[in-house]
Design a protein around this ligand. Structure first.
Ligand code: 4YB
Length: 475
């Protein structure tokens, strides 16, 4: 077992490189100019974390208690997570876009001791005492030492049931994840990673831990300056739709304004056409495959002409059994938190991802999720298989295929698409002819519907469960 740090990672960097910039936040773009950027060095940051940690202690927070945060990314959330770790408490982030009812259900299951949310929040929360980000009245030493095996974070992940599970990770899990990824991808201590994904999702949390692991710079900006902030960093993590939007907005321009060296993609199938287009304007893409339980990325590669997700990173293992991907390693969570206990995430030594995979051309290929498969007229349809073909149509930005009950076939495929222009009859005809040319008849969608806006943007991933509930109302 690797002992990653002898003390809190930020204290380590504060000793090693006290004046190096650790954090940048608050930058806004006004008329193409970057104003208001604030910075903290590792030394300043380390001092601040101790203060906020004392502030939490003064409000009664104890070791091993749980602090829930319901907020979009912000500098406050970064301080709170650091302070939470500093006092040996546990952080869980919730998606503020959930409804008040959903959030209160999730909180009730977590049974969090404390809660923090921004002042402007309109929701009323029913679990946990409200916390504030405070500096202490009297400076005192925080009597907690760094222990990398202590449960540190809980990350909600929605399974097929829709009831999210809370994966518990230690700092050791997260640092092992960072270490393995950064063996493959260059991320030096002078580099900066944009906090481009939410801290309530593993993809955002993984950025946080890579930053601490390397002692590099973390850049936190308002969602409104997202595009501009990409010009201020060397690294970013993006889901494919974010990269697609970025490219669409840059159409015709080169990448002169982007310092961005490397983008790590993941979370969903990554079209080769997308990484090709990014590479053409000078953005190096990495394709990753991962999941919450494994502390994010499991396999990765530099983007190339094949649609695979590369090979396994250090500190993880994987195998394919009966077409399903199984994973294990030092990054695997301790288990799921329920009723004040932690239940193992797997039966034996391997975590069953429920993803279907294939080892081909010396790399892993993800074929889709086992739970998504359905049968139409006796033939198996893997929706992701059909979606991949839909996505090769030039005007399709995102595509989902879902089953619709059918008296004759049992179920038949329906497509829900996000297209560049309105989904007119002409566009549908063009999609149909594209499918006729490229996929066997039983897999061709029998209807096309436009992806509703509210579902396209409600989170980092479109939820199939929500899509199918929406679909049921359309037919
Ligand atoms: C995939 C997939 C792929 C996941 N092809 N299906 O740091 C990172 O690794 C990162 C960088 C940028 C964007 C996202 C990430 C992530 O962490 C993503 C991790 C994630 O999505 N976790 S999850 O628990 O919400 O979902 C996991 C599931 O997502 C997997 O089991 C797959 O079904 C799917 N998935 N990467 C195809 N490249």
């Amino acid at each position: 077992v690797t002992q990653y740090f002898a003390t809190w990672p930020w204290q380590h960097w504060a000793e090693e490189r006290p004046s190096a910039v650790a954090l940048s936040f608050g930058a806004q773009c006004v008329d193409g100019e970057c104003i208001g950027e604030q910075r903290f060095s590792w030394a300043e940051m380390s001092h601040r974390v101790d203060e906020y940690a004392q502030g939490l202690i003064e409000q009664g927070v104890k070791r091993d208690q749980m602090i829930a945060i319901v907020a979009p990314n912000s500098i406050q959330v970064i301080w709170l997570i650091l302070a939470t770790l500093r006092i040996g408490a546990r952080y869980v982030g919730l998606n503020p876009k959930n409804t008040e009812i959903e959030l209160n259900e999730q909180l009730a299951r977590l049974n969090n001791d404390y809660i923090w949310y921004p002042a402007r929040t309109v929701h009323q929360f029913t679990t946990g005492k409200r916390l504030h980000l405070l500096q202490p009245e009297q400076p005192r030493i925080v009597p907690v030492t760094w222990q990398q095996t202590r449960p540190a974070t809980l990350t909600l992940t929605s399974g097929s049931t829709g009831i999210p599970k809370a994966a518990v990770h230690t700092a050791e899990n997260h640092l092992a994840s960072a270490e393995g990824l950064l063996e493959m991808m260059d991320f030096g201590s002078d580099d900066s990673w944009l906090l481009s994904l939410p801290l309530f999702h593993i993809s955002g949390l993984a950025i946080f831990w890579r930053w601490l692991y390397r002692g590099a710079k973390l850049v936190v900006t308002e969602p409104a300056c997202f595009e501009h902030s990409l010009t201020m960093v060397t690294h970013a993590s993006l889901v494919p739709t974010q990269l697609q939007r970025l490219l669409a907005s840059k159409q015709g321009e080169g990448n002169d304004t982007l310092r961005l060296k490397q983008v790590l993609l993941g979370g969903a199938a990554i079209p080769v056409s997308l990484t090709d287009a990014a590479e053409r304007i000078g953005i190096s893409c990495w394709c990753g495959y991962g999941m919450t339980e494994m502390g994010s990325t499991v396999t990765a590669k530099k983007a190339d002409a094949s649609g695979g997700v590369g090979t396994v990173l250090g500190n993880r293992n994987f195998m394919i059994k009966d077409s399903e991907v199984y994973v294990q390693g030092a990054t695997l969570c301790l288990g799921y938190y329920r009723n004040k206990m932690i239940f193992p995430a797997c039966d034996g030594e391997w975590f069953a991802t429920r993803d279907l995979g294939e080892w081909r051309g010396n790399e892993l290929h993800i074929l889709g999720r086992a739970d998504n498969m359905f049968i139409s007229g006796g033939e198996n349809i893997q929706p992701e298989d059909v979606e991949k073909v839909l996505m090769t149509h030039t005007s399709v930005r995102q595509a989902f295929v879902l089953p619709m009950d059918d008296a004759e076939f049992g179920q038949r495929p329906i497509a829900i698409v996000d297209t560049d222009s309105v989904l007119s009859n002409d566009v549908i005809a063009s999609l149909e002819s594209h499918m006729t040319d490229n996929i066997v008849s039983f897999k061709r969608p029998i209807r096309y519907l436009a992806l509703p806006k509210e579902l396209a943007t409600s989170g980092i991933k479109v939820s199939r469960k929500q899509l199918s509930e929406w679909l049921a109302l359309q037919l």
